[in-house]
Ligand binder design. Sequence first.
Ligand code: SAM
Length: 226
Amino acid sequence: MAESVDTSHWTHRLFVERLDLFLPFLEKAEDRAEAEIAVLARLLGELGLPSGGRILGTACGIGRHALPLARRGYRVTGFDIDPLYVEQARDRAAVQSGYAEVFVGDVREVGSHLAGRGPFYAIANMFMSIDYYGRASDLALFQGLGSIVYNNWEFYEGSGTDLCLRLKLDLDHTVYSVDDLRGMVEEAGWEFVEGLGSQREDDLRLAGLTPDMMDMWVVVRWPHTT
Ligand SMILES: C[S@@+](CC[C@H](N)C(=O)[O-])C[C@H]1O[C@@H](n2cnc3c(N)ncnc32)[C@H](O)[C@@H]1O
């Protein structure tokens, strides 16, 4: 547990002192787990996650998602602050197929818990398991997770048994949102004109940016030109 943990915080009282009270709600939520897993698996497939790829479940509870993902062939690591939930998840993992490692851990210490365990291809945080400790804590969580997510590119040539790794890179490459980019160009003295996205059909068309678009086009103007 983090040294600075406030033992009067509601999460401590509910998940550490009264381990069992919320358990029936998680068990009840098993009813909808299969549908959620189907969506997760589809998303992971669309994102190109390799079969057998490593997935992290933060605040994984009794493993509602971690365990079915392990059964589907992913290598899953999960952690939760509640030792009873972790015990249940481990017991269930022991009698099913697939690889699932579950341990007691605190999202506020994600860096130290996960040192040496990653990298992970994907991280799943399900069922309102965030925003318990305020924005600064969530920011620290996302920063900590950023350092353990898989960020390598591998270039292969050949096929089958002749497949040969030509280059492996540890990427350090930020994908900016339009707001990040706008903030940066404005700080640098540019004037932001508009952010557009491309719709690819037969030809390339630009339209108002929406989150599902593959490309972002940002138009800026240098304000001091004559
Ligand atoms: C609403 S439950 C969701 C559990 C699981 N993600 C699911 O969908 O079944 C919230 C979970 O957050 C866990 N939790 C609360 N504070 C935590 C912390 N500081 N670190 C890790 N887990 C925490 C609780 O023990 C609980 O399992």
